[in-house]
Design a protein around this ligand. Structure first.
Ligand code: MUC
Ligand code: MG
Length: 367
């Protein structure tokens, strides 16, 4: 499984419906397709989504760091020697989605070499996950309509509501409208993407205390160290660390520091190898996890569901696997299908999806 080539192809696919949240917005999927080839002729793929507002990466930085630093570090290496490869990647700080895409493309090759789906190599717990849909900023009526459309079309009954606006009443009104419309038929939780101060977050949670929210994610910045600890003590809703816990070390700091009590795992930033490290760390600590979404396209979503389906702990909650529904098109030959509120893993070897070369040609961009 000697790696002979690492390709990075930037592409841009517009969203039909942009997603807005407290730290930014996404209206075009400007991702990078990472493709590795082996001496035996296998081809592994994954996608890296630049999120400058979360990790500081851009499409150009992902291409550059992979071509200038990571590709030379993995060329000539056996794809199975993952710990060797990761030791080399770790010499460069940051660049999480570039590292993760390379890691997952290598796992794609490994799965194909063994003739088994990656999800089975990882854990093989289930063949599907329940899906949670993310609702971006809009007014209450539009967000209720959107949730109703998603529920009736795809059978999804778990919604993560983006919050973190000012005044916080804007978001409280949305959550209240959703609960009033759906009653007990849906699960609701919130993600603030660091938009509020700890005291605003506390007031917002108090104002929503009767809405049966199941999780509260990144309501205020992790750098508000004492304020965030105070907030976590203030609320009985499990507080999820997402962008503040992107490495095993950050997970330890957030959890042991009392700044969070659950962790969002995103394959887009920790690949399969480090997502597994974080999952096992959370199991050891007795901390709940939720499979998050980095506003992934279908390829990234196929990776997230492959990982999430592989383990008992990651299937307990619905995974965030539906952002791709808002894209105007995608790269796969066979589009992912969400049915009855669930997304199944591919039964084919590796990640189990195929990139449509015509679509890639159409959407690729020159930087
Ligand atoms: C999420 O869960 O926060 C928005 C920003 C980001 O880093 O990820 C998305 C979704
Ligand atoms: Mg989040």
């Amino acid at each position: 499984l000697t790696v002979t080539e690492v390709e990075t192809i930037p592409f841009a696919i517009p969203y039909r419906k942009p997603l807005a949240f407290a730290s930014g917005s996404v209206s075009v999927a400007e991702h990078v397709l990472v493709r590795v080839r082996t001496a035996g002729g296998l081809v592994g793929v994954a996608e890296a989504p630049p999120r400058p507002f979360t990790y500081g990466e851009t499409q150009a930085s992902i291409v550059a760091v992979i071509q200038q630093i990571f590709a030379p570090a993995v060329l000539g290496t056996d794809a199975l020697h993952r710990e060797q490869i990761h030791a080399r990647l770790r010499r460069t700080v940051g660049n999480p989605t570039a590292k993760a895409a390379l890691d997952m493309a290598l796992w794609d090759v490994i799965g194909q070499a063994f003739g088994r789906p990656v999800t089975e190599l990882l854990g093989g717990y289930s063949d599907r996950m329940r899906v949670s849909h993310m609702l971006g900023f809009a007014d209450p009526a539009a967000m209720v309509d959107e949730a109703e459309r998603i529920r009736s079309t795809y059978g999804i009954t778990t919604f993560k509501v983006k919050v973190g606006r000012r005044p916080f009443r804007l978001d409280v009104d949305v959550c209240r409208a959703l609960r009033e419309h759906f009653g007990d038929a849906v699960e609701l939780y919130v993600d603030g993407n660091r938009g509020w101060t700890p005291s605003e977050a506390a007031r917002a949670l108090d104002a929503m205390a009767d809405l049966d929210l199941t999780l509260a994610e990144e309501l205020c910045p992790a750098d508000d160290v004492l304020g965030r600890r105070w907030l976590v003590r203030h609320t009985t809703i499990p507080t999820v660390a997402d962008e503040s816990a992107t490495t095993p070390g950050e997970v330890t700091r957030e959890i042991l520091g009392g700044s969070a009590d659950a962790i969002s795992i995103k394959t887009a930033r920790t690949g399969f190898t480090d997502s597994r490290r974080i999952l096992h760390q959370c199991e050891g600590l007795g901390v709940e996890v939720v499979m998050g979404n980095q506003i992934d396209g279908q390829l990234g979503t196929a990776c997230a569901v492959a990982f999430g389906s592989a383990y008992d702990a990651t299937t307990r909650r619905a995974g965030e696997l539906s952002n791709f529904l808002d894209m105007s098109d995608d790269l796969l030959t066979e589009p992912l299908q969400i049915q009855d509120g669930t997304l199944a893993v591919s039964g084919r070897p590796g990640i189990g999806v195929t990139v449509d070369e015509d679509k890639l040609e159409h959407y690729r961009v020159d930087l």
